[in-house]
Ligand binder design. Structure first.
Ligand code: PMP
Length: 427
């Protein structure tokens, strides 16, 4: 029974390892954009951005099985898959980003990106945005400022982390002002730190504001910040862990939408479709400075199995034209969600691009009072109606809409219809 499994889980897991939902269903299968529970109930998965090509993809399953039967080892050996995957990854990025480190997760990728920046600049200071999440390991956690993940996040920053206003154009303190003010303010902070003799070695930012609820950064934001950081000899780190890999529809990477090229890019999540796989891609010059640290090695990072997973995910993205699907289905879904806003005052805004959308619920469209409890209750009701979705942002009042990229127009309609039902009948 679901209750038994939950009790057993709670006995072995710490309470801090929260699960989704008050009464989580017992999930036994995944298929494309659907999850199936122990009673054969089918849920539409509007949440899981990691399984970008869909759950239980048969092409992925068969290459993993074949590779496990043939060879799995570590990347201090040489084998075709590690070379082929590294080449495919760099081919997706601007020319100067030609050097790859393969790891196992987003946190590891961010951790390594920050260490590379330190080695390249001999500086400790890092500029981070408020309302950000970058991972749970030491350095990644230090630059994670989101109070949703850690209420103490801002109070406990080490001295080397410098934060600037969240570039959340919907709710930031500069609401209503010219969007360029966010970039100017962040650049001014970079210049101020340099003038004080403590210039930052790096800036780290998501290239599209995922953690704030899927909000595009203000136009010119990263251009202004990157220019200021580089002027004082620092480097720019793009966290593409949530954003990259075609989810935005029009752009494969978030930094393309901002018209910038970072020095170091951290990638994970979608690239492994749920298999632990992360990467850092940087310039040869930055990577070579890291040589002073000795050698770099990750036991499972870049294993043959991980690399064939990475290659197959890219093949499927291409062959099934999933980035295009994200553009088309995402635009349809965003339009239908905006229409909901005409009838339901709780809808404050529809953020995002492609299949990276955020539906923000507010109690008042002028004060933007967050509808946090309502959002949680709506998620519970939607689960009862067969839709899996969860809140995000510091205020937990944004529905995080990041389904597998194979979501269909019919699925999008089904989701909006269920949501309409919940908003009409109450939660
Ligand atoms: N960066 C961002 C922007 C993320 O959203 C996450 C995970 N939510 C991470 C880094 C950390 O990735 P992981 O959970 O794979 O360690």
């Amino acid at each position: 029974a679901p209750g038994d499994l939950l009790a057993r889980r709670d006995r072995t897991f710490a309470s801090v390892q929260e699960h989704y939902f008050d009464e989580p269903p017992v999930i036994v299968r995944g298929w494309k954009q659907y999850l199936i529970d122990a009673d054969a109930r089918v849920y539409l998965d509007v949440l899981n951005n990691v399984t970008a090509i869909g759950h239980a993809h048969p092409r992925l399953a068969s290459v993993v099985a074949r590779q496990l039967r043939t060879l799995n080892t570590n990347s201090r050996f040489n084998y075709p898959a590690v070379v082929e995957f590294s080449e495919r990854l760099t081919a997706l990025l601007p020319d100067d980003l030609d050097t790859v480190f393969l790891v196992n997760s987003g946190s590891e990728a961010v951790e390594l990106a920050l260490r590379l920046a330190r080695a390249a600049t001999d500086r400790e200071g890092v500029l981070a945005m408020r309302e950000a999440y970058h991972g749970w390991t030491g350095l990644a956690d230090a630059v994670s400022t989101s109070i949703a993940d850690n209420p103490q996040a801002l109070a406990t920053r080490p001295g080397w982390v410098h934060t600037v206003e969240s570039p959340n154009s919907y709710r930031g303190t500069h609401r209503g002002a010219e969007a360029s003010v966010y970039g100017l303010e962040a650049a001014a902070e970079v210049h101020r730190l340099a003038a004080e003799g403590t210039p930052v070695g790096a800036v780290i930012a998501e290239t599209f504001y995922g953690n704030a609820g899927g909000i595009p950064l203000p136009d010119g934001y990263l251009e202004a910040v990157y220019a200021a950081v580089r002027e004082h000899g620092g480097v720019a780190i793009a966290d593409e862990v949530q954003v990259g890999y075609g989810r935005l529809g029009e752009w494969f990477w978030g930094f393309e939408q901002q018209g910038v090229v970072p020095d170091i890019v951290a990638v994970a999540k979608a690239m492994g479709n749920g298999h632990p796989l992360g990467a850092v891609v940087t310039t040869r010059a930055i990577a070579d400075r890291f040589r002073t640290q000795g050698y770099f090695f990750s036991s499972a990072g870049g294993s043959p199995v991980s690399c064939v997973v990475g290659l197959t995910v890219l093949d499927v993205l291409r062959d099934e034209r999933l980035q295009e699907n994200a553009t088309i289905v995402g635009a349809h879904l965003a339009r239908r969600l905006r229409e909901l806003g005409d009838r339901h005052p709780l809808v404050g805004a529809v953020h995002g691009s492609g299949l990276y959308l955020g539906l923000e619920f507010v109690r008042d469209r002028d004060t933007l009072e967050p509808a946090t409890e309502e959002t949680e209750a709506i998620c519970e009701r939607l689960r009862e109606l067969g839709v899996i979705v969860q809140p995000t942002s510091d205020r937990q009042c944004v529905l995080k809409i990041k389904p597998p990229l194979c979501l269909t127009v019919a699925d999008a309609d089904a989701f909006v219809d269920r949501l309409d039902e919940v908003l009409t009948s109450g939660w």
